[in-house]
Design a protein around this ligand. Structure first.
Ligand SMILES: Nc1nc2c(ncn2[C@@H]2O[C@H](COP(=O)(O)OP(=O)(O)OP(=O)(O)O)[C@@H](O)[C@H]2O)c(=O)[nH]1
Ligand SMILES: [Mg+2]
Length: 693
């Protein structure tokens, strides 16, 4: 039985071949770099007609939309399964997309299926409709499947900055010269009734007869039926067949239960793609400069990949003095990876460093169209974009992503031009300029928005500064336990989980120390080695807040095999942020998980009061932590003597609440007070100060 699958890849890293790119595809494709940030599910309704078998429409296949959450974005893959028994060699498909993406996301559709090659695909036009579709979702108890259909609107044209709302795209594909699948879409057995209904109702039977727009509208009427019932009925018939991506093995149909590869993560469905990791070990002079060994770094990359929703199935590395400027790894290694890709059915190859646009392009070519190539930066940016919850974090990540994309976009279109020649060449060239301008406009718009959002944050900081409570910032490597510690101190309820970059936004909580003094604890974004420069820049403003702190608490996961490297990586970032003047307390956290807790406790005690050995999870060592914080805050205080007029009793209260009072005496002009107070409060007391005798 011949079975074929067209899988539609939104936001693929691949550029469609130029001849396949219709007019509307000549748009900048951030999505190609995996930078789309669609938060909501994308929705597809598809149907098809068989032009050569009048009266016999393709009973369009069932459809599944998966959220992909790796590779720099919420990639959506649409698996299209057609169920035709027709002999058709030319078909017309109509795919409606409702993509709830944000205003900055362009959309790229790439046909990756083998029923139709990209060359045979033509993007026809955008439909305009204002039809509001009912929301469909399947909330099966397993929570493992379901997608939603939301209101569909229209952009007037396919232009990424227009696509702030749902959109509908009509696509026509012509498979007349299809060789890869012998011109057949294949036979499908698992057709729901509704599929047929839609297929018949929606589309005409021939291309000529088919007035897409009208039919499209008609189909909308029937759409109400696509309720959860339908999807729950479909639940048991979802085994999807893949065509082997290996052209040489095009005849081999590899059956795979895709459902097994969908997992629920962060409240979303994530389709696990098989990933392969590649790194290099520096030889010679460069070797001493790296903090992490290649295996350690790959181990961390694997954790990042897991956080992003990839399933790592293998890794490799090469010893090199310098990365190859063309392909990062040597030519021999490239072929070795290509072999592994085929053998392990790899879908994504992740490189452990930031790749140049040229390297990305060459590697993409070497590994073939169906393999996505991405780098550590794209992976981290993706995780950040998944995690960003507040407006500020969202803008920061978007800015970082756009800046990452800008140079790659240029090369991408260069590549297109070279491939295409002739007419498209001119178009490509023009488009580069347009695209770059659009991206630059986006960058400045994002910066402006960030500016205004940060204005609010500044107001908040100013307000906070007017109540001069000492601020203690929790800093450290990602996953060290900062949020867990804040939760223990204040019951803050901050998300703390065993994943990298759980926290992106600083959270501040007021905490009363055992000595009765108050202070504010701030949880910050975690650091990581090889932190993408774009992210450092984008998050600098957030991180700079720690420069207002009275004390930095550096939380270290002491049970981690790379604890000392992680500590050093954090020290490097702190040095960059120029906060070395702020007192620092080291917390050796997760001592409960360490191999030899006793030895660690002894070592910490031996090193003096700059280190506390504890467990934020179990609460072990908390008294020592409080004592050390109290001591450090006291040390950071300024000794002042002031006469506070009797009318300013609240100032006296504040000094008692925040400082340590040594002397209080009632004089003619007011209360004479001698105390140790936090620096901000001492500034407030400046006009009332008396020389200390
Ligand atoms: N065994 C043990 N686990 C801990 C301890 N502290 C934190 N954890 C666990 O470590 C994981 C990460 O903790 P988080 O508090 O999210 O770490 P974080 O430093 O805030 O991480 P990011 O926000 O990603 O930078 C969670 O699964 C915690 O339960 C500890 O003292 N002992
Ligand atoms: Mg955290």
């Amino acid at each position: 039985m011949a079975v074929s699958v067209s899988s539609w890849n939104l936001c693929s890293s691949k550029v469609p071949s130029s001849s396949a790119v219709g007019k509307y595809m000549q748009q900048p494709c951030r999505s190609q770099l995996g930078l789309i940030r669609s938060r909501a599910a994308a929705h597809v309704v598809e149907s098809s007609s068989c032009c050569c078998c009048p009266g016999r429409s393709f009973s369009s296949g069932s459809l599944k939309a998966f959220n992909f959450s790796h590779l720099g974005c919420k990639k959506k893959r649409f698996l299209f399964r057609s169920s035709s028994s027709s002999c058709c060699s030319s078909s017309k498909f109509m795919i409606k997309l409702g993509i709830c993406n944000n205003a900055y996301n362009p959309i790229l559709l790439v046909c990756k299926g083998f029923a139709f090659t990209q060359r045979q695909m033509k993007f026809e036009k955008w439909e305009k409709t204002t039809r509001i579709r009912s929301r469909i979702s399947s909330n099966s108890s397993s929570g493992s499947r379901g997608f939603e259909l939301e209101s569909l609107k229209k952009p007037d044209r396919l232009h990424h900055h227009d696509l702030g709302t749902d959109s509908i795209l009509r696509i026509s594909m012509n498979s007349s010269s299809s060789t890869t699948t012998n011109g057949h879409l294949g036979h499908w057995s698992e057709i729901g009734e509704l599929d047929n209904k839609i297929g018949d109702e929606v589309l005409g039977t021939t291309e000529e007869e088919h007035d897409g727009h009208e039919n499209f509208e008609e189909e909308g009427e029937g759409e109400e039926d696509w309720g959860s019932d339908y999807w729950s009925k479909q639940k048991d018939t979802t085994t999807t067949t893949w065509i082997s991506p290996d052209a040489a093995a095009a005849d081999v149909w590899v059956e795979e239960d895709l459902n097994k590869r969908i997992r629920f993560q962060n409240g979303r469905e994530v389709f696990e793609e098989r990933a392969y990791l590649v790194g290099i070990e520096r030889k010679g002079a460069a070797a001493g400069k790296t903090l992490f060994s290649v295996t350690e770094s790959l181990e961390e990359l694997s954790q990042l990949a897991d956080t992003a929703g990839l399933a790592v199935v293998g890794s490799t590395y090469q010893k090199l003095e310098h990365p190859s400027p063309k392909t990062y790894i040597g030519a021999g290694k490239v072929s070795e990876v290509a072999t592994a890709i085929r053998a392990l059915k790899i879908e994504t190859v992740v490189f452990d460093d930031e790749l140049s646009p040229g390297q990305l392009r060459s590697l993409g070519k070497a590994f073939g169209e169906d393999v996505r190539v991405c780098d550590r930066t794209a992976l981290i940016l993706d995780i950040f974009s998944q995690r960003a919850a507040t407006r500020e974090a969202t803008l920061q990540v978007e800015l970082a992503q756009t800046e990452y994309q800008l140079p790659r976009l240029t090369r991408m279109w260069t590549h297109l031009e070279r491939q295409a020649g002739g007419l498209v060449k001119g178009m490509g060239e023009k488009q580069i300029e347009v695209d770059k301008r659009i991206l630059r406009t986006q960058i400045s718009q994002l910066k402006r928005e960030l500016e205004s959002v940060r204005g609010h944050r500044q107001q908040y900081r100013d307000r906070r500064a007017s109540v001069p409570i000492p601020v203690v910032s929790l800093v450290g490597y990602t996953n060290a336990g900062k949020s867990t510690l804040l939760n223990r101190l204040s019951g803050a309820g901050v998300l703390a989980e065993d994943r990298l970059f759980a926290t992106l936004d600083p959270t501040t909580r007021r905490v009363e120390l055992p000595n009765g003094k108050e202070c504010l604890f701030t949880d910050t974004v975690g650091f990581i080695q090889k932190l993408p420069t774009q992210l450092v820049a984008a998050f600098r403003a957030t991180l700079e807040e720690i420069s207002d702190s009275s004390l930095l608490v550096h939380v270290i996961d002491i049970s981690h095999p790379m604890a000392s490297q992680q500590r050093e990586a954090v020290d490097n970032v702190l040095a960059e942020l120029d906060v070395n003047h702020i007192p620092l307390l080291c917390v050796w956290n997760k001592v409960d998980r360490a191999e030899d807790p006793e030895a660690l406790r002894a070592e910490a005690a031996r090193r003096g009061n700059n280190i506390v050995c504890m467990s934020a999870l179990t609460g072990e060592g908390m008294p020592g932590f409080y004592a050390a914080v109290e001591q450090k805050i006291k040390e950071s205080m300024v000794r002042v003597e002031a006469v506070v007029p009797y009318g300013q009793g609240e100032l006296i209260n504040l000094i008692h609440r925040l400082g340590i009072v040594e002397l209080e005496d009632y004089r003619d002009k007011g209360t004479l007070i001698r105390a140790h107070v936090p620096l901000p409060l001492s500034k407030q007391l400046l006009p009332l100060r008396q020389p200390i005798l």
